[in-house]
Design a protein around this ligand. Structure first.
Ligand code: NAP
Length: 276
């Protein structure tokens, strides 16, 4: 059975729109270079902002922009009281250090929840801004009454924005987590052990039917495009048909992620109001 995220996204969007009617919110996105999937993702964020009455500015910098210049732009945004949230779109050109730059963003404007401050809060189970894709994954599961506690969860991919924070969040939900990556010795053994398999590796249709159990739950976070611009997940169709439940691509986790980003912006604004 395939599960989708549109209804969940629409509900969240309505809540965010209602909040935005009474609270001015704004976000700035720094986009460096011309990666086409990034452009599509950023356009989706701008559209969501327009539809919910939230100001979203995009600072589009050339691929050859020096790190010191990007830092200068980030610091200007940090100091601008009109900007509530700042996001640095990934991937960056190779000469730019993502981890260095992300930690230049003021932690209280870190709308993606990837600053060391917010990741530290995540690990120590304190309330903070959480990365939006793992949040979307947990939300799609809970909304579809998929139990996490006590389950063996295998996550393929250990990035700072998806796999790694998700492993912490799944542990907080009382799952037993196996986190896989390119040096995992026997990936198939690990995926076959999964009650819940999360694919977040960025390889089109990499997870095949022989790698999943027929009672497994598959959450496919992958977003990959072929040469014609058609979207694919990290898990192939046959594997999804074999599994008990699988999230759709397109239309699954991805559609909720943008709403989670704006939910984070709402959280930042609420925290600001409490601190006033
Ligand atoms: P990333 O930074 O490139 O990380 C990919 C991870 O997958 C790395 O940890 C890598 O291992 C691992 N990996 C790659 N190939 C592998 C293989 N053959 N076997 C085992 N592990 C492998 O990617 P990301 O930013 O996390 O994104 C992952 C996927 O999620 C992409 O398709 C991306 O488009 C998608 N995504 C979706 C959303 C959404 O809203 N649904 C949001 C963000 C990203 P190493 O660490 O060893 O290199």
């Amino acid at each position: 059975m395939l599960i989708y995220g549109r209804e969940i996204r629409d509900r969240l969007k309505k809540e965010i729109q209602q909040f935005a009617e009474e609270n001015r919110m704004s976000m700035s996105i720094i986009l460096v270079g011309d990666d086409p999937p990034s452009q599509v993702y950023v356009n989706g964020i701008v559209k969501f902002g327009r539809e919910t009455g939230i100001k979203v500015d995009v600072l589009h910098l050339g691929a050859d922009t020096e790190e010191s210049q990007v830092i200068r732009f980030i610091r200007n945004l940090n100091e601008d009281p009109a900007i509530d949230g700042i996001m640095l779109q990934k991937p960056l050109p190779e000469h730019l250090d993502y981890n260095r730059l992300i930690n230049e963003i003021a932690y209280h404007k870190d709308v993606e929840g990837v600053h060391n401050y917010n990741l530290g809060k995540l690990i120590s189970r304190q309330q903070g801004i959480q990365p939006s894709t793992p949040k979307a994954i947990i939300r799609i599961m809970k909304e579809h009454d998929i139990a996490i506690e006590g389950k063996n969860v295998t996550i393929v991919g250990r990035s700072t924005i998806v796999g790694n924070p998700l492993s912490v969040m799944m542990t907080t939900e009382n799952a037993t987590v196996t986190l896989c990556h390119t040096r995992t010795k026997d990936l198939k053994k690990e995926t076959l052990n999964a009650d819940i398999l999360v694919a977040a590796l960025g390889r089109r249709n990499y997870i095949t039917a022989d790698m999943v159990r027929d009672d497994a739950i598959i959450i496919d976070a992958g977003i990959n495009f072929d040469e014609n611009g058609k979207m694919f997940g990290d898990v192939d169709e046959e594997a999804k048909e074999k599994a008990a439940i699988a999230s759709a691509v397109p239309g699954g986790v991805g559609v909720i992620t943008v709403a989670e980003l704006f939910d984070n912006l709402r959280q930042i604004c609420m925290m600001k109001q409490i601190q006033k």
